[in-house]
Ligand binder design. Structure first.
Ligand SMILES: CSC[C@H]1O[C@@H](n2cnc3c(O)ncnc32)[C@H](O)[C@@H]1O
Ligand SMILES: [Zn+2]
Length: 440
């Protein structure tokens, strides 16, 4: 299939930061074949008029729990520990494979609509998430979360099962799916388990996805229990010897930052969760200065409460400017690069995230024919600080059009919304407060 997008403005995010006004973008099969001008011999099957539209690489959501969309709005205004213990883990005790599927389908609709082409997911019953990814046309990197405490069999996530999942799905859906192993965190997984899973990941050539250093308390507990920080513990147990995505990593010493940089670890930064759960801003400029690959995530919809990467693209610089009291940090297209190519690299889709010939055709169009996107002095500034996820008009993944002008072409959104509402209710129906609200 050959597609030509004509008369479109293009934010390439290439090395030079090239921005093209009123150019063409040609797609042949899964790849971009020309940016700027289409070759005369290029005969498209489909032509899209890009007038008043801006093409940009699609977003790579580097840390989320898609199926937690079913607990959106169910754990409000609480700090991290109470958010888990009093609400989220209570609701999740009623979680089954059908809820995971319904939540993942709902999240896929939301992500596609707001310009996300790939997501890095950490949850349970992951075959169901993988099937959703396959059907939706998105890319994903998937991990079946393990607690390492021996109770995992309840959600089918013994290490053997998680490995079997990874081997079943890695490279599937024409390479759109990648799989990793997913120890939940060093505060839940004992060092012996971390060692075992790291050795297995190394042997099988798989990456790891883990939460670390979300609070000062987690760091002091690690020091008390193991004599080292969470980052140092990951290094000592071999976790960082394989490509690892460390979600959050907000509380790091200088030594920790050097460890993560040395091992090529990615930090998945989720600004909206940090503001909502009052976790703290972290220090992104310090990570970048040290050479850490920083990617961007939404985290789960129970702490965000949405999966709109465009919002996170704006909040990353806003939060860092405020925290550093410095308007010049995370400037220009930095947060777009973090949300696209840095995430793509972390998830193993390393050529994506740039609009140039030879790259995967994973891109979105923003409709700029809107009052909040006028004037167009600076397309990048408009994209980062003014555009909304709902301004996305088209989404391409591997050259396939998944979304056009309000319609998801690969999924039945109306049916998905109805089923998600039913599944969400099943999950929380033991909670009498919620039951009363539903019945009133
Ligand atoms: C990793 S999903 C499985 C497990 O983890 C919980 N969870 C969701 N988000 C986070 C987070 O950001 N840090 C730690 N744990 C998280 C989720 O509710 C599931 O129980
Ligand atoms: Zn998370």
């Amino acid at each position: 299939m050959k597609t030509l997008i004509k008369d479109v403005d293009i934010v390439t995010l290439d090395e030079k930061g090239t921005v093209i006004r009123g150019g063409a973008l040609a797609i042949d099969g899964a790849h971009i074949v020309a940016v700027g001008e289409a070759p005369v011999e290029f005969v498209p099957d489909t032509t899209i008029d890009g007038t008043n539209h801006v093409a940009v690489p699609g977003f790579f959501n580097a840390h989320c729990h898609a199926s937690m969309s079913l607990v959106r709005g169910y754990a409000e205004d609480l700090p991290l520990d109470r958010w888990f213990n009093e609400r989220v883990w209570v609701a999740e005790s009623a979680l089954g494979p059908e809820e995971v599927r319904a939540g993942a389908l709902l999240a896929a609709c939301e992500m596609i609509r707001s310009g996300t082409v790939a997501f890095n997911d950490h949850y349970f019953y992951m075959d169901h998430v993988a099937e959703v990814v396959e059907a939706s046309g998105m890319r994903a990197s998937l991990t079946w979360c393990q607690f390492g405490l021996g109770a995992d069999k309840e959600v089918g996530a013994d290490l053997e099962g998680a490995l079997a999942f990874a081997e079943r799905w890695n490279g599937k859906a024409d390479g759109r799916i990648r799989a990793m192993l997913g120890p939940h965190s060093p505060y839940v997984c004992p060092p012996a388990f971390l060692r075992e899973i790291a050795a297995l990941a190394k042997e099988k050539g798989l990456g790891l996805h883990i939460h670390i250093a979300e609070s000062e308390e987690q760091v002091s507990r690690s020091l008390a229990a193991h004599g080292v920080t969470p980052a140092r513990l990951l290094e000592e147990t071999g976790v960082l010897d394989v490509p690892t995505i460390a979600a959050h990593a907000l509380y790091l010493s200088d030594d920790d930052v050097a460890i993560l940089a040395r091992h090529g670890t990615t930090v998945a930064y989720c600004p909206i969760t940090y503001m909502k759960l009052a976790m703290g801003p972290g220090d992104v400029p310090r990570l970048l200065r040290a050479g850490v690959n920083v990617a961007l995530g939404t985290d789960g919809p129970a702490s965000n409460n949405d999966m709109d990467m465009k919002e996170a693209v704006r909040f990353l610089p806003l939060l860092q400017k405020l925290a550093c009291r410095d308007a010049e940090v995370i400037a220009g297209d930095a947060s777009l690069r973090i949300a696209t190519q840095a995430g793509a690299r972390a998830m193993g889709f390393s050529k994506a995230g740039v609009l140039e010939a030879g790259r995967p055709a994973d891109l979105v169009l923003f409709d700029f024919d809107k009052p909040h996107l006028v004037p167009r002095h600076d397309l990048v500034a408009n994209l980062v600080h003014a555009a909304k996820g709902s301004d996305v008009s088209h989404v391409f993944v591997a050259g396939n059009l998944l979304y056009a002008n309000g319609t998801i072409l690969t999924l039945d959104e109306e049916k998905i919304r109805a089923e998600a509402e039913r599944a969400a209710f099943r999950m929380v129906s033991r909670d009498l407060t919620v039951l009363r609200e539903y019945q009133s």
